[in-house]
Design a protein around this ligand. Structure first.
Ligand code: MSP
Length: 606
């Protein structure tokens, strides 16, 4: 590998650009930390003169909570691995909305580069037609999975091209782009030159298990090495920038081991954004795609430029990504932003992989699960719940259909669904579906209420910390406590006794239903459609459900005289019968599902 390195003396310029008041390295770095980056308000520098004014104006405007998923490659339709980040992002976005924040949840598709062009060619399509089809497949999947995104950015959108070119020009003006020859081993699937030390036998990429190809190109380079010290300092001062913390260690060790400038253009790739003033080269797909996070914020009625896009919500509060693309987000991206004088995102969270038999699920290994099939067979709530509850967010998790069925049946159908259904049935039979007492009065001195309050507070803290599995666990704990309560109290027997016992039973039903109301809000980030069905059964309208906030998880919402709806199951149990035939046990799934023929592979694998 040979890179013609430049003598990077423009760090000084970069930092002066960010803050003309400070001239020594350390004071500039401190300024970056304390005044430009990691703040909740969107602050950026497009020039020193007006930054202070902008700073003040921005203080007055409500700051949105911007979170992003990766922008997915459109070389192939989405699989369960790609859906995972978006499900998690949607749950976090919904939770933040419950807290009353103005959320901008960004997702989209990454449509340029060699591997997309190859996928289109293999498919006999023009790249743009190919991108339209696959991008639409993502949108359809998000609809099926109840994903409520606010912005969907396609990197082939013309407004994105304008922003990428403007950003490139800024970085160039800052002295951080130079031209050089590059020779190395390239993984087309990663769209990245690889360090030979990272490769397996036969120069195979450890992620895609395919040989990397030797490449030699005359490219434009980004002077990443200039930012090494600054990045080190930033990560030391802001350990929350990379989460979970074990991934921070990984990033710090990459940086410590030395950062190499990387090539940000391709001479051999047509399908991309042309480099300003050099139409023979296109901009490297990662340099292009990362900027999609900013373009996504630009509003259609405003001229697409960096300033208007940034002022609509940058910096992002959270980039959710898989661990394989951590280096791009935690090293390349902050350096690029610093070079262009823009604020850094507040957090990059690198989750683990969904695996099948221990291997990363992905198109190249052919071990994927089709998320649309899962939704069609089991419903969006089951899919969302299983992956968020069963995979600790941050670590890897294996999928098995048996486990899937047993978890969603136990938690959603039994613990939550049955408890609601039998309580509403008892209320209908014994109290004409009408609550006899305020839930706050009913629960006076009852330990179950204290337990629910603790559990829902735990759930809030876990959601805040992105511990999505633990948040589910805490809400499920309310269901478990409710089942224990109803079983101990046995209101069905108390009703038979009549008199005071019957009154106590009617009170018990109010207590359980109040807990169900709290579950319906607290689990709604994870299973929105199920929670709406619970809310509706409890006698509330869709508008009331949509307007609910986390504040309403406080005990005491259900009042005397409130009438509940006709009870009907909110989550149908998935059947998984074991039949014994001729003395041989054969596991036969009789889940209500349509048998699906394997789909022909239409596109090149990811
Ligand atoms: N296009 C880039 C991202 C650019 S962001 C500016 C990309 N795309 S991807 O489609 O290959 O991957 C998108 C995301 O899906 C990554 O975060 C990746 O980690 C995630 N997943 C792909 N397979 C996965 C699993 N098997 N499990 C969990 N997530 C995985 O990279």
């Amino acid at each position: 590998m040979a890179v013609a390195r430049i003598n990077c003396s423009s760090l000084q310029n970069t930092l002066c650009f960010l803050n003309p008041l400070h001239h020594s390295f350390s004071s500039k770095a401190t300024h970056l930390r304390t005044h430009l980056h990691f703040r909740r308000r969107a602050v950026f520098c497009t020039g020193a003169a007006n930054s202070a004014v902008r700073d003040c104006n921005e203080a007055a405007t409500a700051e949105p909570f911007v979170l992003t998923t990766p922008l997915y490659y459109v070389n192939a339709p989405p699989h369960m691995g790609s859906a995972y980040t978006t499900i998690a992002g949607d749950a976090i976005a919904r939770f933040q909305r419950l807290l009353g924040k103005r959320v901008i949840f960004v997702t989209g598709t990454d449509e340029h580069g060699e591997k997309i062009a190859a996928a289109a060619a293999a498919n006999g399509s023009r790249p743009s037609d190919h991108c339209d089809v696959i991008s639409q497949a993502y949108k359809t999947l998000w609809k099926n999975l109840d994903i409520a995104y606010d912005k969907f950015i396609r990197t082939t959108d013309p407004k994105h091209e304008a922003i990428v070119k403007e950003f490139y020009s800024r970085v160039l003006a800052n002295g951080d782009i130079y031209r050089a020859d590059y020779e190395g081993l390239y993984c087309v699937n990663c769209e990245e030159y690889k360090d030979e030390k990272e490769l397996l036998d036969n120069s195979c990429c450890p992620m895609h298990l395919k040989p990397c190809v030797p490449r030699k190109e005359d490219n434009y380079f980004f002077a990443l090495s200039k930012y090494q010290k600054l990045l080190e300092e930033i990560l030391t001062q802001n350990p929350d920038f990379v989460k979970p913390s074990f991934r921070l260690n990984e990033v710090q060790s990459w940086i410590r081991s030395g950062l190499t400038d990387f090539s940000i253009s391709r001479a051999s790739v047509d399908w991309g954004i042309p480099v300003p003033n050099d139409s023979k080269q296109t901009i490297y797909v990662w340099f292009d795609a990362l900027l999609g996070y900013i373009t996504a914020l630009s509003e259609d009625f405003k001229e697409p430029n960096l300033q208007t896009a940034v002022s609509s919500g940058w910096p992002a509060a959270l980039h959710l990504i898989g661990k394989d693309i951590l280096r791009f987000h935690a090293v390349y991206w902050p350096a690029m932003l610093m070079s262009a004088g823009l604020s850094l995102p507040k957090m990059v969270f690198g989750h683990g992989f969904l695996t099948k038999d221990g291997m990363k699920m992905g198109k190249s290994l052919g071990n994927t699960i089709e998320p649309n099939d899962l939704v069609q067979n089991f419903g969006s709530d089951a899919v969302r719940y299983f992956f968020l509850k069963e995979v600790e967010f941050g670590g890897d998790g294996d999928y098995s259909e048996d486990r899937f069925i047993s978890i969603v049946n136990a938690h959603l159908a039994n613990t939550i669904g049955n408890l609601l259904n039998r309580t509403l049935g008892l209320l209908k039979r014994n109290c004409q579906s009408t609550l006899v007492i305020d839930s706050s009065i009913a629960a006076e001195g009852i330990k179950f209420k204290d337990d629910v309050e603790k559990l829902v507070e735990n759930a809030r803290v876990h959601y805040e910390n992105l511990s999505l599995s633990s948040a589910c666990e805490a809400v499920l704990g309310i269901g478990n406590a409710g089942n224990s309560y109803i079983n101990e109290r046995a209101p069905w027997s108390l009703f038979k006794e009549g008199g005071a016992a019957s009154e106590a039973a009617a009170k018990d039903l109010v207590i359980i239903l109040e807990a169900m109301r709290i579950i319906a809000i607290a689990l709604s980030p994870v299973t929105p459609s199920l929670c709406w069905r619970i809310y509706s059964q409890l006698g509330y309208s869709k508008d009331q459900f949509d307007a609910a906030t986390w504040n309403e998880t406080k005990w005491g919402g259900l009042k005397r005289g409130h009438v509940t709806s006709q009870p009907k199951p909110v989550f149908t149990r998935i059947e998984n019968q074991t039949e014994v035939e001729n003395g041989v046990e054969a596991a036969k799934k009789v889940v209500k599902r349509k048998e699906k023929q394997p789909q022909p592979q239409r596109v090149v694998e990811a």
